[in-house]
Design a protein around this ligand. Structure first.
Ligand code: NAP
Length: 532
């Protein structure tokens, strides 16, 4: 028996470093590390020790003979990677073993803004490799960032990822202040009065507009708003989303689009076993969505979702492709192993999308479909879509644009408005106009590299930034003194009177879990929309 990596793989390579026989690839240092959808076990080399499964933060590695149903396909997915693989000649040393030595004189004091994957990996690297003292600040009330606020609630393995960092929150060299907004409650300059450096892992918290007529009608939502609604995020109120039944149209075909399609088409009884927001659960159960139309502006080969996500549609939901001459031609010429070839295996439909949806539950991919406008009297009624052959008005009750995310500017730091990121060199923030570094400012995650890539990519990303930071301070802390941790506590309490302390945070977390347990759910999230 061997182990197999399945859908939830976060690619952070925790498994790679514990594998005694080097049977998991690509690994850090290999050319395709960070570019594949998941990591893969070489079944011919695996010795069945299980160390990888123990180390996996998202429970995605399983003994091959325990795979069932939809998971069985991952036997082939893992094997396929090794079919034509040429072993990398590159140096495959783990970069995370190369952290620099602690500073001379006194420990560094670093503020880390955010508690999502990128910020947490950065904090972890600082704690494990140096004697740095870290202040964690987050505008959310409970930690987790993207994982808590955006990962689909039915991805239990990925949700579990946050617990990988629980130990950080207990660490004696950590101070934690939740419900504090950096840039609003406290500024970068103020943080620097008490810290040597600030690492921003603030993610991408804005959506991209479509720029078409009717985008501001009621029942047109951004994916950002929608996923935060069903995750009971602090910054979206339950009443901010009204989900109507019938047909939902999603613009864009990335993983977030598939997450949303899956959630609204899921059996509410299955969703009720997850940590989905109670208001969203009730709305989805009441709406009884029958059809989700997923519009991709390009062809099947350019679909943005990853293969593991496509394989996750719940049973009872048909996955279909809207048949048209161009799509059929693209599918017919698909290269073996390509995304288009995977899609070619799906059933076709020639459903008349002008008509209301029929009974049953289905997701229909439409390719080469560009949104022209959204029409309705106050509320969305039709989406006008141009394809290669036609212009059609598709009736819909809800429209979600899932066309990517952008970061927001942080007061006092430069910002690249085109990419929605903070400009940097190896994680060190720079002013693009002058090329000069911004003192004490560093970035990790989506605010650094744009909204792309899964959770695990943040590990090497954070590693790069932390190495840069430690290099900048190697042997020379320019200010002998910064304000003490106690002084900062007094300061931040004054500036953010509603801050949530580490102790209160733990109480809230426990209360959510206990409330969930009573209902047979992992947690029952607090009502959202109460953050400052
Ligand atoms: P994404 O993967 O970048 O997909 C964006 C989609 O929007 C693409 O289909 C894109 O089409 C389309 N689009 C962009 N601009 C458009 C426009 N003006 N009009 C019409 N369509 C437009 O974004 P995402 O789904 O938000 O995901 C973000 C990142 O998070 C990705 O790296 C994703 O893999 C990751 N993620 C991973 C998971 C997971 O592993 N389970 C879950 C969620 C998210 P074009 O390709 O033609 O531009």
């Amino acid at each position: 028996m061997t182990y197999t990596i399945t859908r939830g793989c976060c690619t952070d390579a925790s498994c790679v470093s514990v594998c005694p026989v080097d049977c998991i690839h690509p690994r850090p240092g290999e050319p395709d590390f960070g570019k594949t959808e998941i990591l893969y076990v070489d079944a011919d080399v695996c010795i069945d020790c299980g160390a990888c499964a123990d180390a996996c933060p998202v429970n995605a590695i399983k003994p091959a003979d325990t795979l069932r149903g939809d998971e069985l396909v991952f036997l082939d997915v893992n094997a396929e990677y090794y079919k034509n693989r040429v072993p990398a000649e590159a140096n495959v040393e783990h970069t995370w073993d190369l952290m620099g030595p602690p500073r001379a004189g006194r420990p560094l004091r670093v503020a880390v803004v955010g508690t999502g994957p990128s910020a947490s990996y950065a904090t972890r690297a600082l704690l494990l490799s140096t004697d740095t003292e870290v202040t964690i600040l987050d505008r959310g009330v409970l930690p987790g960032g993207f994982v808590r606020a955006a990962v689909a609630p039915d991805h239990a393995g990925t949700k579990h990822f946050s617990s990988t960092f629980d130990w950080i929150h207990q660490h004696p060299r950590i101070r934690m202040y939740m419900n504090v907004s950096v840039g609003k409650d406290v500024t970068h300059e103020e943080l620097l009065e008490y810290h040597d450096a600030v690492i921003y892992g603030v993610g991408a918290d804005r959506d991209r507009p479509l720029g078409v007529l009717g985008e501001d009608l009621s029942n047109v939502y951004s994916a950002h708003q929608f996923v935060r609604w069903y995750n009971a995020d602090d910054f979206v109120r339950p009443i901010d989303v009204v989900l109507s039944g019938g047909r939902v149209i999603i613009v864009g075909n990335g993983n977030v689009a598939l997450d949303i399609a899956r959630i609204v088409l899921s059996d509410p009884a299955d969703l009720a076993k997850t940590e989905i927001a109670q208001a969203a659960l009730e709305a989805i159960a009441a709406a009884k969505v029958q059809e989700v139309v997923i519009l991709g502006r390009r062809g099947p080969e350019q679909a943005a979702f990853t293969r593991p996500e496509l394989l996750m549609m719940p049973s009872g939901v048909e996955l279909l492709i809207q048949s048209d001459p161009q799509t059929e031609a693209d599918l017919a010429s698909a290269e073996a192993g390509s995304k288009a070839a995977l899609l070619a295996g799906l059933k076709r439909t020639s459903a008349n999308l002008n008509e209301p949806p029929g009974p049953g539950r289905r997701a229909i991919f439409v390719f080469g479909a560009q949104v022209d406008s959204i029409l309705g009297d106050g509320c969305v009624e039709n989406v006008v879509v141009k394809t290669a052959d036609d212009t059609i008005a598709i009736p819909a009750s809800t429209v979600i644009r899932s066309i990517g995310h952008r970061g927001s500017p942080v007061a006092g730091l430069p910002f690249d408005d085109i990419n929605g990121t903070i400009p940097h060199e190896d994680g060190r923030v720079i002013d693009k106009d002058t090329g000069r570094k911004v003192p004490g400012a560093y970035v990790v995650g989506w605010i650094k590299r744009g909204a792309q890539g899964g959770i695990g990519v943040n590990r090497s990303d954070a590693q790069e930034t932390v190495l840069t930071l430690l290099g900048d301070f190697a042997g020379q802390i320019d200010r002998p003194k910064v304000g003490t941790a106690w002084a900062f506590k007094r300061f931040v309490k004054r500036k953010a009177p509603f801050l949530v302390s580490r102790r209160s945070m733990k109480k809230l977390d426990k209360a959510e879990q206990e409330a969930g347990e009573r209902l047979g759910r992992p947690r029952l999230k607090r009502t959202s929309g109460i953050a400052n």
